[in-house]
Structures are given as structure tokens and as C-alpha cells.
Design a protein around this ligand. Structure first.
Ligand code: BES
Ligand code: ZN
Length: 649
């Protein structure tokens, strides 16, 4: 169940149509992208994307656009701030008067030109979600501005961890998480996924720490800082333009181990061997992905395993995926997450959602591609099981969203004006998006469909995409502009309407059908010893536990635990599923494990259901949730806090 609701907050400053039209210099027809398709006329996908307004950014890129960011920052672990400069290379209209940047929770000291001469600037009104626009006046012909600034603890992109919050317990740790609109809390730039930027960085840290960025590591061991013997500097470069949410940084006691020619693992030194063993199939995954959709364009693919408070499962930062340690199960059973983040190297990082209303273009394509990689590397049975698990999550999410009074969030292209993109985060863009592509695959055949997708990545590489522009591309390159076919395939319903269209293909898995038979037998009263669970993998158990009816008795819970030792499981997915059931049943022997698990990791996906189930139990459950949360909250990331704050009032 992937459903993390954060704040549905605040008014977003929006351009009026007239103001927008003025800004659409050279972009062809005026018009805003709304949630309904506009008659597209003969507009090319590129022109459609160019005229799109991102409601989650203050930037006015048609006047002046950031092309390159050069960071020079020092990490102060005592004050928990980054301090230094961001030099922005601009591309401007001939008589551009200003550049507008996104900022939030930053302390701006001054803004200068490339030679250090001060430039006039204003910091606009702060909006809790959007932050404040930083408008810098540009002298005639200026192509560069330098922002001198520091971050503040109110920023949401950076998490500063004390040694106690790390796996190694000896050194502090820092990491950034930019998606969706958090980069502006540590880099003052135009924070819109349609405004791709290259970057360089020099990061100065205490000399016992190592810096990793989602870029080419130019100085893996760091270099001396003149006059600062207790500091080291690390330099990075990403020469391919990316959306700013993909700029990423981590600092800690980090080591590296190669697992293949182009692949390797960064992790806290204490976690390194375990991580490298778990992820030893990465090179095979990379080869498989390339076979399906063409060359990998980012040179290396490494994964950084973060401390346990990382709020997401994984984040597809270019060249270096950031991932939770909860995937280190010891048996490679949870590596589909790596297949997913790797797939983003095509869907997301190469072709990027132009606005957060187009999020499904990132996640739906990636969920589809992830499963293809899993099929290639681990076989069709595992891939089918993962599809079925995803489909069940989707069904549940569709029901929940309707019950919660937000049925519009069951659309692939939601209207997020004035709404935080976090609020839309759910299984819908992932699993409904993937289901849409599976429907197309089934209708056109894999060969034709793959050729289309491969062509799509090639046509729009290093570009950003909207849903409406994708539709134009789809019509041209797959549907043969056949309007009847488009109607028959219910393309409009898929992209713009609620729920799941009737031509969705329901995935099936013989392996999971067998599991269902065991569940029914057990729930119907059969002795636990009679269950045939030979050869069960994590995915079998996940299904077993999530589909187990909660009408089973406490005696049956005890029998299951006695036979299969679920309470002792160290596999995070099995643990989360079992503990959810245990709370529902008030199965006391597992309650210590609930507390341990909630204190040991801060991944929102696992925290959310456990606190939710606890809060559903008046008396003991509510008390337990409050007690555990009081202890755990200081260790959680802002993302997870925002989720759990809403559950545990
Ligand atoms: N890009 C997402 C993570 C994300 C989404 C961060 C939205 C912030 C806002 C990443 O690729 C992702 O989807 N991660 C999943 C795991 C995946 C296997 C579905 C997660 O973190 O659970
Ligand atoms: Zn993803």
C-alpha cells in the first residue's frame, strides 16, 4: 500500500493566463496545461511541453532560465547547515530584466554577479509549500548570478543525523532528498522538473567523512583544503542536464565496493559487505535493462545504502540511487526496488515528468519497466507475483482514496493546483500507470510496444514530458492516428478519468493461487502443520500474510507464529505484513517487535500502516502508538514525521 498523504496545503501563486501568455516567448500558441486534454491542433509534443506552466515553481524560464549550477558549500555538522554559494549560469531572452529562483527556508546573505559585484534582489512572500521567489535583477546581458547563502533547520531536503542515528554509531551523517519540491531548501535554483540543469559541486566536510553525490565522483578520496587541515573537499560533476529534484548529496562514514564493471555500492562502512552481497545482481539488471530499452546513458550505476531513517524505499538520483537499508534481507528477495530505481534511468531521469501532475510518466513507466527487468533477471514467475501484489495494492488504494473523499486522486493526471505534490503520492501513478502500459503491451504485442517505448526514450532523451504531449506522441507513433482504436482502447479514460478502465488486464500468478488455497485451508480450520509452503519466497509470504483474513483467531495466530517464526523475521516486508496483522488481532507476543521495528527504521511505507493499525485500537493501541512515536519521532525524517503526525494526533 503506497499512500502517503502529507499536507494538502496553501494557495499556490499562479500566473494568470494573460501573464503566462506574455512569458511564452517563442513557444507558439498560448495556453495552460490543464487536467483535460486541449485540442492539440498541430502542436508538436515539444511545443506543448514548452508552453506548460509548472504550478509548483515560481520560475519564469521563458525570460531567464538556469542552465547550470555550480555549488561551493561547506557542511557545518555542529550548526546543521550548509553554507556557501550557488553560481547559476543563465540563458536569457534578449532584454531579460530578472531571473526568478525558487527558495524555501534559506538564509540569503547576498547575490552577486560573476565578478563579485552585488546584484539587487528581492525575496517574495513565503508560502509554506512553495517557499519564496528570489527575484534577482539582471544587468544588461548578464549570464551569471551567484547566491551566497546558508540552509536553515526548517528546510526539508536535508536530514542531519547524529552518530546514534546511523548504522555505524560513530560518525554523523547527512543526506538530501529533493523530490518533489524540496531541492529549493538547499539549492536556490529554478526548482521545476521541466528546467533541466547540469551541475558541478565542491563540498567541504570534516576530514573523517566522505561525500557522495548523484554525479561523477571527481575526487573519490577528497582533497586538502588549504589552511583547513581538519577539512576535506570533494568535487563532482554531472554534465547531463537533469531536473533539479535529482541533485543529491550524502555525507558520512561511507565506503565503496564494486559489484560489477559499471556497478557498485556505497554504504556506511559497517553495512558495506552486506550491501554488496545483497546487490550483487546489479550488473545483470543493468544489462537486462539495456537489452529491453536501449543504452544506459549515465556511465555508472551505483547504489548508496542510507541509514535506516531514509523515508523512502529508494530514490533514483542519477548515477547513484539512494536506498533504504530495509531492502537488505540477506537473500536478495527485495531487490525489485533496485530494478525500479534503475529503470528510472530511462523513465524519469532521461525522460522526465514536466510537472508533478505528470508524475505517472515517471512512476508508471518505471513500475512497468521494473517488472520487465525482474522478469528478465529472475524469471516470469517472480515477475507475475510482483504484478499481482502491486495490483492488489492498487485495488486497495483505489477504494481508500474514494472512501477518503479524494476520488480525483485515482486519476493518472490529477489537478494539483494549490495542492502539495506529496498529497497525490499513492499507488495510483505507479500501478495504474503500469496497468495502462500493460494493456497497451497486450494489445500491440510486446515487440511493437517495446519498439514504441524504446523510440519514446530516444525521441525525448534529456527532455521533460507532459501527459498531453505523451498522448500526441502515442497517437503518432503507436496508434497510427486511429481515432477509433484510441476510443476502443479507452485511452482518454486511462489518462484523465477516475478508477480503473474496464480493459485493464488482471494479472494472475499460479504460484499465488496456490498460496490462496493454503490461506483458505488454514482459515477454514486446517492444522498449520498441514500447510504446504515448500519453496515459499518472500513474495509468497507477503501474499500469505496480506491476504490472510483478519477473522482468524488468536490461537491461529499463535500457531502460525510457532510454525513460521514470523515475529522473529528480519525481512522488512514480511515483518511489516505480520506485525500489521498482529496489531489487528492484538497478538501480544509480537508487540515488542512492533516497537523495535518502529524504532529501528523510519521508512514511511512501513511506519504508516503500523501506526494506523495501532490508532484503530482504542485504549492499548492508541497508548502504544503515542508512547512509541514520542520515542521514535526525533529519529524520523520530515517526510515520515509528516505522515505519522497525521495518524498519531
Ligand atoms: N521516485 C520515487 C520516490 C519518491 C516519489 C520520492 C515521490 C519523493 C516523492 C522512487 O522511485 C520510488 O518510487 N520509490 C519507492 C520504491 C519503489 C520500488 C516503488 C519507494 O520509495 O517506496
Ligand atoms: Zn519510482
Amino acid at each position: 500500500m503506497r499512500h502517503i498523504t502529507l499536507r494538502t496545503s496553501a494557495i499556490v501563486r499562479r500566473l494568470t493566463a494573460a501573464a503566462a501568455a506574455v512569458l511564452m516567448l517563442g513557444a507558439g500558441a498560448a495556453g495552460l496545461t490543464a487536467c483535460q486534454p486541449k485540442p492539440s491542433g498541430r502542436a508538436t509534443p515539444e511545443a506543448m511541453v514548452a508552453r506548460t506552466v509548472d504550478d509548483h515553481s515560481y520560475a519564469r524560464p521563458q525570460e531567464a532560465r538556469v542552465r547550470h549550477v555550480d555549488l561551493d558549500l561547506t557542511a557545518d555538522f555542529n550548526k546543521k547547515v550548509l553554507r556557501g554559494t550557488a553560481s547559476l549560469q543563465l540563458e536569457t531572452e534578449a532584454n531579460a530584466k530578472r531571473v526568478v529562483l525558487d527558495t524555501r527556508a534559506l538564509d540569503i546573505e547576498k547575490v552577486t554577479d560573476g565578478s563579485g559585484a552585488p546584484l539587487k534582489y528581492t525575496l517574495g512572500k513565503n508560502d509554506p509549500m512553495m517557499g519564496a521567489p528570489l527575484t534577482v535583477e539582471l544587468p544588461q546581458g548578464a549570464q551569471k548570478v551567484v547566491v551566497h547563502y546558508q540552509t536553515t533547520p526548517e528546510g526539508t531536503a536535508l536530514q542531519w543525523l547524529s552518530p546514534a542515528q546511523t548504522a555505524g554509531k560513530q560518525k554523523p551523517f547527512l543526506f538530501s532528498q529533493g523530490q518533489e519540491i524540496h531541492t529549493r531548501t538547499w539549492v536556490p535554483t529554478q526548482d521545476s522538473p521541466a528546467i533541466r540543469q547540469t551541475y558541478k559541486a565542491r563540498i567541504v566536510v570534516p576530514s573523517d567523512l566522505t561525500v557522495v553525490m548523484a554525479a561523477k565522483q571527481l575526487t573519490p578520496k577528497g582533497e586538502a583544503v588549504p589552511g583547513q587541515p581538519r577539512q576535506r573537499a570533494f568535487r563532482f560533476e554531472l554534465d547531463k542536464p537533469v531536473a533539479p529534484y535529482l541533485i543529491a548529496l550524502a555525507v558520512g562514514d561511507i565506503g565503496f565496493k564494486a559489484v560489477g564493471d559499471r556497478t557498485g555500492v556505497f554504504a556506511e562502512k559497517v553495512t558495506l559487505d552486506k550491501a554488496a552481497a545483497e546487490l550483487s545482481d546489479m550488473e545483470a539488471m543493468l544489462d537486462a535493462a539495456e537489452k529491453i530499452y536501449g543504452d544506459y546513458r549515465w556511465d555508472r550505476y551505483d547504489v548508496l545504502i542510507l541509514p535506516p531513517s531514509f523515508p523512502y524505499g529508494g530514490m533514483e538520483n542519477p548515477m547513484v540511487t539512494f536506498a533504504t537499508p530495509t531492502i537488505l534481507a540477506g537473500d536478495k528477495s527485495l531487490v525489485s526496488l533496485i530494478a525500479h530505481e534503475l529503470a528510472h534511468s530511462w523513465s524519469g531521469n532521461l525522460v522526465t515528468n514536466a510537472t508533478w501532475e505528470d508524475f505517472w510518466l515517471n512512476e508508471g513507466f518505471t513500475t512497468y519497466f521494473e517488472n520487465r527487468i525482474m522478469e528478465q533477471v529472475y524469471g516470469p514467475e517472480r515477475a507475475r507475483m510482483l504484478q499481482v501484489l502491486g495490483y492488489h495494492d492498487l485495488q486497495e488504494t483505489l477504494d481508500d482514496l474514494s472512501a477518503a473523499g479524494t476520488p480525483d486522486f485515482t486519476r493518472l493526471h490529477p489537478d494539483l493546483k494549490g495542492v502539495s505534490p506529496d498529497a497525490y503520492f499513492s499507488d495510483v501513478p505507479y500501478e495504474k500507470g503500469a496497468a495502462f502500459l500493460r494493456m497497451l503491451e497486450a494489445r500491440f504485442g510486446r515487440k511493437k510496444f517495446d519498439a514504441y517505448v524504446k523510440g519514446y526514450f530516444e525521441r525525448y532523451k534529456f527532455k521533460s514530458m507532459t501527459t498531453e504531449a505523451f498522448l500526441v506522441d502515442l497517437r503518432t507513433n503507436l496508434l497510427n492516428n486511429n481515432a477509433d482504436l484510441e476510443k476502443q482502447l479507452q485511452i482518454h479514460q486511462w489518462l484523465y478519468e477516475r478508477g480503473l478502465p474496464s480493459n485493464a488486464i488482471v494479472p494472475t500468478s499460479p504460484a499465488l493461487d496456490q498460496v490462496m488455497a493454503q490461506i483458505q485451508s488454514f482459515a477454514g480450520g486446517a492444522d498449520v502443520k498441514t500447510l504446504d509452503v515448500s519453496g515459499y519466497s518472500t513474495q509468497h509470504w507477503q501474499y500469505f500474510l496480506t491476504q490472510m483474513p483478519d477473522t482468524i483467531t488468536l490461537e491461529q495466530m499463535a500457531a502460525l507464529d510457532g510454525q513460521f517464526k514470523f515475529t522473529e523475521s528480519q525481512n522488512a516486508e514480511i515483518r511489516a505484513a505480520w506485525l500489521t496483522l498482529a496489531i489487528k488481532k492484538h497478538y501480544l507476543p509480537a508487540m515488542t517487535a512492533v516497537r523495535d521495528f518502529l524504532l529501528a527504521q523510519g521508512r514511511a511505507k512501513f511506519c504508516r500502516p503500523l501506526y494506523t493499525e495501532l490508532m484503530k485500537q482504542p485504549g492499548w493501541g492508541v497508548d502504544m502508538a503515542r508512547r512509541i512515536y514520542a520515542e521514535a519521532r526525533p529519529g524520523y525524517h520530515d517526510v515520515t514525521r509528516a505522515v505519522v503526525d497525521k495518524i498519531v494526533k
